[in-house]
Design a protein around this ligand. Structure first.
Ligand code: 3PG
Length: 400
């Protein structure tokens, strides 16, 4: 169900679930990509004269108000980008939200406070979620689901709310699916997936499902050390999920059997500590504990030899999907692996997709512009689960 299916929305109160989960540092947005990606739908509704009520989560607060996760800075940024005021409600279903919604005129925009300040949003209990969704639904005449980054979550504002009001997918979701379907339906080959990032156990689960679909899998980021450990290498103080080593061994065996390449780093950057001022050195993947930092050395990036090899494989691919930075790109000494992958992705002769908030933030922080890539997806976990072929609750409920 697309936006048009809702008919005329002039004068109607339209709840829009966005994914405005942006990175913040000291209250300042460090990458506003998700805010900008939300503008198309918001503008389309404003132009129609709808009363637009935006909903989002930010981070993972504990189900109670927590000022460090307030969406207020996002309301300010939205207002700058839209060129009009965005009213901000200091709660989600309380007095402030009610007053804010009631004060809207046709074409006005409001943002309610972080949905995850209410524990019912992410509750495992369906009834709790449904009753929170029913409270939200009182503020609207229609619902537009446009937070692509969160469609893999069965949460009140993503799933139950869509059944509580006439609902449709927004323009961002439609645009994301247009591109991602190209990756699932007959991708041009060779098809390479590059995985990195720090949410290690999340990503490890994905690999089993992706293996049968791709030609080559490149492994960087935090999870690479679990792969190295599975090969019997010692990884010093690097991130390691010991309980996943057997699973990873299974993936390596399966890949071998199926003739799929899993390419692991041959060198890494090892540091004395976690920090931009850490001493660091490049070493081979087998000798992480043989640097001057011994058993406490931390692997914080793939090494230059690996970066060059990954870049070569990416440049020779016709379809590439990349999720997750190769190293701690926020710290200059550990950004080169991510830069090498990003740079190669801009040269793909085919479709090169950057997936996820962190990877998108990384390429922008490293000075690349969005138009250098085939597509930058706003969804990390969501795009990966889509590529795995999983049914995503937030799409299923809309009939997609
Ligand atoms: C994301 O950053 O991937 C989305 O905003 C979803 O956030 P979550 O992983 O905290 O549900």
């Amino acid at each position: 169900r697309t936006l048009d299916s809702l008919g005329s929305l002039t004068g109607k109160r339209v709840l829009v679930r966005c994914d405005l989960n942006v990175p913040l540092k000291d209250g300042v947005i460090t990458d506003d990509g998700r805010v900008r990606a939300s503008l198309a739908t918001i503008n389309a509704l404003v132009t129609q004269g709808a009363r637009v009520i935006l909903l989002s989560h930010l981070g993972r607060p504990d189900g109670a108000p927590d000022p460090q996760y307030s969406l207020e800075p996002v309301a300010l940024r939205l207002s700058e980008l839209l060129g009009k005021p965005v009213a901000f409600a200091g709660d989600t279903v309380g007095v402030s939200a009610r007053e804010t919604v009631d004060s809207l005129a046709d074409g006005d925009v409001a943002l309610l406070e972080n949905l995850r300040f209410n524990a019912a949003e992410t509750s495992k209990n369906e009834d709790e979620r449904a009753s929170f969704a029913a409270q939200l639904a009182e503020f609207g005449d229609a619902f537009v689901s446009d937070g692509f980054g969160v469609v893999h979550r069965k949460q009140a504002s993503v799933y139950e709310l869509a059944s509580a009001l006439p609902s449709a997918a927004g323009l961002l979701i439609a645009a994301e699916l247009d591109v991602l379907e190209k990756l699932t339906e007959n991708p041009a080959r060779p098809y390479t997936v590059v995985l990195g990032g720090s949410k290690v156990s999340d990503k490890l689960g994905v690999i089993g499902h992706l293996l049968p679909k791709v030609d080559t899998l490149l492994i960087g980021g935090g999870m690479l050390f679990t792969f190295l450990a599975a090969q019997g290498f010692r990884v010093g103080g690097s991130l390691l999920e010991s309980d996943q080593i057997d699973t990873v061994k299974g993936y390596l065996a399966e890949a071998k059997e199926r003739g799929i390449r899993i390419v692991l780093p041959t060198d890494v950057v090892v540091a004395s500590k976690f920090g931009a001022d850490a001493e660091h050195t490049i070493t081979s993947a087998e000798s992480i504990e043989e640097t001057p930092f011994g058993q406490t050395g931390l692997g914080l990036d793939i090494g230059p030899e690996t970066g060059a090899e990954f870049a070569r494989i990416i440049a020779e691919s016709k379809t590439v999907f990349w999720n997750g930075p190769m190293g701690v790109f926020e710290l200059a000494p550990f950004a080169e692996g991510t830069r090498a992958v990003a740079e190669a992705l801009t040269r793909v002769d085919g479709l090169g997709v950057v997936g996820g908030g962190d990877s998108a933030a990384a390429v922008r922080a490293l000075g690349f512009s969005d138009d250098q890539f085939g597509h930058i997806s706003t969804g990390g976990g969501a795009s990966l689960e889509f590529l795995e072929g999983k049914r995503l609750p937030g799409l299923e409920v809309l009939g997609w």
